[in-house]
Every structure is written in C-alpha cells, then in structure tokens.
Ligand binder design. Structure first.
Ligand code: ATP
Ligand code: MG
Length: 323
C-alpha cells in the first residue's frame, strides 16, 4: 500500500501543516510505502522571488526531517526534480473540463482573500492530479481544504481512463483526520501560509510567542466569564489532553482568567511539544550534505516510477516516441 502527499514551500510551515498533514505522514510510515514531496512547482503560483523559493524549499525539507519523516522508510523529493509532473499536468489539462476548475473552493477562497490569481493558481488542481496519479497511491493524507482537489483528481482520472479505454490511473482516496482537518489561524480562519495568520513551529522563541499572543479574542473584561470555545482553546486542544482542555474551559467559565493568561499556557504547551523537534532541526542544519543526499536519492526513486508511468501515458494518448 502506498501513501503520497506534498506541501508547497510557499512560506514557512505552520502548525496547521503539521497537524493536518505532516503528523499523518510520520504516523503512516510503517504501514505504507510513503512518497512525500516538496511542491515547488505549486509554490510558483504565488510568484515568489527565486531566492525566497529556494530558501523556503530548504526550510521545508529540514522541517520534514526534523518532524520525523524517515528517509529509510519514505521517499522524500523535490517536485521539480521530476519534471514529468509538468508534462502529465499538460496532458491532463486537455481532459479536465473548465467547469470542474471553476468550482474549486480553494481557488475561490484565495481570490476572495484578495490574492491576484494567475493561470497557474487556477490550474493548480490539474498539476496536483498529475502529482498524485503519477505514483498510483492508495491514500493521500491531507487537510480538509484538499478534499475537493482529491475529488477532482478522481474525476480527471476516471475521464482519462474512459477516454482512452484503459485503466491507466488508479483512483486515490484522501485521508483526513477529522479533529485537525482545519486548524484555525490566529484570526480564526483556516491557518494558511498565504493568509499571514500562522503559528510556525520553528523560529526564535520571541517570534513564536508573538504569533501566539496575536491570536484574536473578544474584549470581555478580565474578571468576567468568557466563551470557553474560543480560538485559544481550539489551538490548546492540539497539544493538551481532554482533561487539560476541560480545565482550561472551566477557568474561562469562572472569570478572573484573562486571554493573556491562556495564551501563556498555550505557549508553554507549544514549546514542550516542539522543543525536541527544534533541537533536531538545528542539528540537521549543520549537516546539509546529508540532507541534499536524501533529496538526490528520493529524486532518483521517484523519477524511475514517473518515467515508467509516462511511457504508458504517452503511448496511450498517441505521442510518438522516436528516441
Ligand atoms: P498556501 O497558503 O500557500 O496554500 P497552506 O498553508 O495552505 O499554504 P499547503 O502547502 O497548501 O499549505 O498545504 C499543505 C498541506 O497542509 C495540505 O495537506 C493541507 O491540506 C494542509 N493544511 C494546510 N493548512 C491547514 C490547516 N489550517 N489545517 C489543517 N491542514 C492544513
Ligand atoms: Mg494551501
């Protein structure tokens, strides 16, 4: 059984990426043959400076490794080291109806947030379908925002198979963990690199604390009882046991407990959880040859599968091969 997923190096990763996606990648490693890539072609949709994209890409591979992805068990690679993804994306774009893409929530949400879309952002689900279908995975562990993209992937695969009368592509299933399906950002919306509402995992203690302190709350005075199901509680629940969450809620209900106090408790929990990973990441940063070696090895493994798949695809759609 195979699992595949990717994350865009479109910024610095946040706890939504961890709980929604990477934590699952790590937990699935023993049971599934894992393929986890860095979606740097996808990251181009936000028009980054070249230097920034390179730096973020290095950041994400360090994060993958520090957070527990094991290169002995899983294949870790850069999307752009397997350019067949772009070729398959082009072929699939001639299968996908316009209407399918026009219905994409993720695209509409980004435009509604004021992001000026380019064609790449619009056709992103097709590249994602290519990323997935290339490797015939059984499952794709993702956050809830990707559910519709997986449906689109299956639609495109089905239409391709029907059009060419051959089961070239296997239909993948999303794997979403319900209680962390959408981690809220500091403003209560979905936490996203591109929305500036993140809590990162790595960075200076001061910067991380500032992010936690910026969680939006209402202006209920300190002494009064507060809504226990606020943003702080939702984030606290990621790190705490049910009993601890209940205790926090009780303090909110009782009054004389300010949002600032709660944020401090959240910060302590956060640091307890991520400190060991932060240490590991620092060690990896001093060992970049090892890190680049993993990417090289991953690219070779992924590319072998991709070239084989593309031979089949090119043949079936009628692209002549003369060398
Ligand atoms: P961008 O804003 O550039 O789209 P992003 O923060 O949404 O970045 P992606 O690289 O698009 O991150 O997504 C990587 C993975 O993380 C996907 O599986 C996605 O579903 C998951 N993910 C992203 N944000 C969250 C969130 N807030 N809660 C749960 N999972 C999330
Ligand atoms: Mg996203």
């Amino acid at each position: 059984m195979r699992s595949l997923s990717g994350i865009q190096p479109s910024g610095i990763l946040h706890i939504g990426n961890y709980f929604g996606a990477i934590k699952q990648f790590v937990e699935l490693q023993d049971e599934y043959e894992g393929f986890y890539f860095l979606a740097n072609y996808h990251a181009l949709t936000s028009s980054p400076k070249g230097e920034d994209l390179k730096a973020n890409t290095i950041g994400v591979i360090l994060d993958y490794l520090a957070l527990g992805l094991n290169p002995e068990k899983s294949t870790l690679f850069l999307q752009s080291d397997v350019p067949e993804h772009a070729e398959l994306s082009w072929i699939l774009s001639n299968i996908a109806p316009m209407g399918l893409l026009e219905r994409a929530h993720s695209y509409k949400d980004k435009v509604a947030k004021g992001i000026k879309p380019n064609v790449g952002l619009f056709t992103y689900p097709i590249l994602m379908a290519a990323d997935i279908l290339m490797y015939s995975p059984d499952i794709v562990p993702v956050g809830k925002d990707q559910k519709q993209h997986l449906e689109m992937t299956r639609d495109i695969a089905t239409k391709f198979n029907e059009t060419y009368g051959k089961e070239v592509f296997k239909l993948p299933k999303e794997k979403i963990v319900e209680n962390v399906a959408t981690v809220p950002g500091t403003d209560g919306d979905k936490m996203s690199k591109s929305y500036g509402n993140v809590i990162n995992m790595f960075g200076s203690k001061k910067a991380l604390k500032k992010q936690i302190m910026s969680i939006v709350t209402d202006s209920t005075p300190l002494e009064e009882p507060k809504d226990p199901d606020n943003n702080i509680t939702k984030l606290y629940a990621l790190f705490a046991t049910e009993m601890e969450v209940e205790a926090l809620k009780e303090k909110f209900r009782a009054g004389n407990f300010g949002y600032g106090h709660a944020k401090n408790e959240l910060f302590d929990k956060f640091m307890d959880y991520f400190s060991p990973f932060q240490k590991k990441r620092e060690e990896l940063e001093n060992n970049m040859d090892y890190v680049y070696g993993i990417l090289r090895e991953g690219a070779n493994k992924a590319r072998n599968i991709a070239t084989e798949k593309m031979d089949e695809v090119r043949d079936v759609v009628g692209l002549l091969k003369k060398n």
